[in-house]
Write a protein that binds this ligand. Structure first.
Ligand code: PSV
Ligand code: MN
Ligand code: MN
Length: 384
C-alpha cells in the first residue's frame, strides 16, 4: 500500500469562467467554439473530468452564469457527470459599486449587495451547492477617502446578515487580495483580515487562499499551515503568478511552491475529503486553449500532491528532531525530485482513463465539433 492510493478520492473544482473568452484590459482574444451560455461551459468542464477523473465540480459566477431554471442546469450538469460547486457572488461590475459594495458608505448600496448574496444562497439551494464564495473588490484609492475602520464595521455587519441567512449545510468562503481593483487599501487585503471576520462570524465561515493574491516573496505555505492550524482553511483558488493577479496555469511558474503548499496539506491529511478543504482553480486562459489548459492544471495539482504524499514523514520528523538541517531538507527534496509522471499515468490507465489526457482531448475531435456548432461565444466576464 502506497500513500499514492490517497489520490483516489482527491478532487479539484474548475471555474466556469475558465472556458469563456478572456484577456486583459488591453485585449480579449476570441476563440472559436467558446461556450455561449452556462450549459456549454458545463459541457466543456465535463471534458476535463471525463479525461482526468479529477474535476467533478464546477464553480459558477453570478450574474455571469445566470439561467432561467437552476434545477434544469443542475440536471444538465449531473447528466454530464459533474456537479455545481461554489457560487461566486459578483460585486464588481455595476456602477453602484464604484465606492464599494458590502462596505459602501451608503446603506442602500450595502443592502443591494447583501440582497445579491441572499439571491446567491437561493441559487445554492436549487443547484445543491454548499459554498458561497465572496471575493470583495471593495477598497480605497486615496488616504482619507473613507474611514478605514468604519468600512470594517460595515463589512462585519453586512457579512453577519449574509451569514445568518445560511442553511445548516452552507458555508461562506471569504477570499482576500492584497491589491486591485483598489490600490491604497483593500477592505480584505490579507488572510489576517479574512480570518478576523470568519472568526467573528462562526464555524460556517472559512478563508479562501488564492495563490495569486500575495505580494512577491510571501511564504504562502506558512499561511496554509496557520489557517489549517486554526481549522479555518476553507478552500484554495489555485493559479500561478509572476507579478500580479496573473491567473496563469497553477504549477507553471513555481511548481516547487505548489509542492511546498501540498506538503503542508499532506502533513495534516487535509487532502482528504473529510477536511472539507475545497481545492479550486481560479484561472483564465487568455492565449492558450482553454480545455487543455484546465486539464493541464488539474494534472499539475495532482502531481504536486503525489510528490507531497511521497515525503517520508518519519525520516523528516527524525531529521528535524535531531537538528539535521540538511538531512531534513533532503527528505523534502527527495520527494519533490521524484518523477511521478509514469506512476500517475499507470494509475489513470488502471482506472479506465487515458494515460495522457491532453493528447486524448486533442484526439477526441471535441474542439472541432464545438467550433462548428457554436457561434458567438461568451466572454468570461473580464474586460466586459
Ligand atoms: C479577482 O481577483 C478574482 O480573480 C478573485 O480571485 C475571484 O476569486 C475571481 O476573480 C472570481 O471572482
Ligand atoms: Mn480568486
Ligand atoms: Mn484573483
Amino acid at each position: 500500500m502506497t500513500r499514492l492510493d490517497e489520490l483516489d478520492d482527491f478532487t479539484v473544482e474548475v471555474p466556469s469562467w475558465a472556458y469563456g473568452n478572456s484577456g486583459t484590459r488591453f485585449k480579449v482574444f476570441a476563440r472559436p467554439g467558446v461556450p455561449r451560455d452556462p450549459y456549454e461551459k458545463l459541457s466543456d468542464a465535463a471534458q476535463v473530468h471525463r479525461l482526468t477523473g479529477l474535476a467533478p465540480r464546477v464553480s459558477l459566477h453570478i450574474p455571469w452564469d445566470l439561467v432561467d431554471d437552476w434545477t434544469d442546469l443542475r440536471a444538465h450538469a449531473e447528466k454530464l457527470g459533474v456537479k455545481i460547486g461554489a457560487i461566486n457572488s459578483n460585486l464588481f461590475q455595476e456602477d453602484d459599486y464604484r465606492l464599494g459594495s458590502l462596505c459602501h458608505p451608503d446603506s442602500t448600496i450595502r443592502r443591494k449587495a447583501v440582497q445579491h448574496h441572499l439571491r446567491c444562497l437561493d441559487v445554492m439551494r436549487q443547484t445543491g451547492s454548499t459554498d458561497l464564495k465572496i471575493w470583495l473588490p471593495d477598497g480605497l484609492n486615496y488616504a482619507g477617502q473613507d474611514s478605514l475602520r468604519g468600512r470594517q464595521d460595515r463589512l462585519a455587519e453586512s457579512l453577519r446578515e449574509i451569514y445568518d441567512a445560511l442553511d445548516d449545510d452552507h458555508r461562506i468562503l471569504l477570499e482576500y487580495k492584497f491589491f486591485e481593483p483598489h490600490f491604497y487599501s483593500m477592505d480584505i487585503p490579507d488572510w489576517g483580515t479574512s480570518l478576523v471576520h470568519c472568526l467573528a462570524l462562526g464555524d460556517k465561515a472559512t478563508v479562501v487562499l488564492d495563490t495569486g493574491h500575495h505580494a512577491p516573496g510571501t511564504n504562502i505555505e506558512f499561511i496554509v499551515m496557520q489557517l489549517l492550524r486554526v481549522n479555518k482553511l476553507g478552500a484554495f483558488d489555485f493559479n500561478s503568478r509572476f507579478y500580479a493577479d496573473d491567473d496563469l496555469i497553477v504549477g507553471s511558474a513555481d511548481p516547487f511552491q505548489l509542492f511546498r503548499i501540498m506538503a503542508e496539506i499532506v502533513g495534516v491529511d487535509a487532502h482528504r475529503p473529510a477536511s472539507k478543504v475545497n481545492f479550486m482553480l481560479d484561472q483564465c486562459h487568455n492565449i492558450e486553449e482553454k480545455i487543455p489548459g484546465q486539464i493541464r492544471s488539474v494534472l499539475n495539482v495532482e502531481q504536486a500532491l503525489a510528490k507531497a504524499l511521497l515525503v517520508d514523514q518519519d525520516a523528516l520528523a527524525a531529521a528535524q528532531r535531531s537538528g539535521d538541517v540538511l538531512g531534513a531538507h533532503a527528505v523534502l527534496m527527495d520527494a519533490y525530485e521524484t518523477d511521478v509522471r509514469t506512476v500517475l499515468a499507470d494509475r489513470r490507465e488502471a482506472r479506465g482513463l487515458p494515460r495522457d489526457p491532453v493528447a486524448a482531448f486533442a484526439a477526441s475531435g471535441y474542439a472541432d465539433t464545438v467550433a462548428a456548432a457554436r457561434v458567438g461565444g461568451q466572454q468570461a466576464g473580464w474586460g466586459a
